[in-house]
Design a protein around this ligand. Structure first.
Ligand code: ZN
Length: 111
């Protein structure tokens, strides 16, 4: 079964995703933005190495607006594209990447 979100909804500081496999993913918006996979943010494919502290990220300037979600859309049935309050919208988050980010968070929390 192909992983698809049934519902994506920002709730407070988090993005809540209900998947068609019955699971749910909650990701903090600031975490999501810090792991923006676009080229300018230096994301994929090293984003998870960044999470693990194995890769240096370019120095990025974020403001409080960078972590607020203005809107979002689903691209091509495979990716989530947020538009942030600071206007940044070049990050495409494939659904599988959202799942992997959640696993990375779970890993951090268990350390
Ligand atoms: Zn980006």
């Amino acid at each position: 079964m192909r992983l698809m979100p049934l519902n994506i909804q920002p709730i407070g500081e988090e993005l809540a995703v209900s998947w068609n496999d019955g699971t749910e993913t909650y990701l903090r918006l600031d975490f999501l933005r810090r792991h923006c996979p676009c080229a300018a943010c230096g994301g994929e494919p090293d984003a998870l190495d960044v999470v693990a502290g194995r890769v240096e990220t370019p120095e990025l300037t974020h403001t409080p607006a960078s972590f607020r979600l203005r809107s979002y859309q689903i691209i091509g049935g495979y990716a989530f594209q947020p538009t942030w309050e600071d206007g940044h919208n070049t990050g495409l988050y494939p659904f599988s990447y959202l799942k992997r980010l959640e696993e990375a968070v779970a890993g951090e929390n268990s350390r």
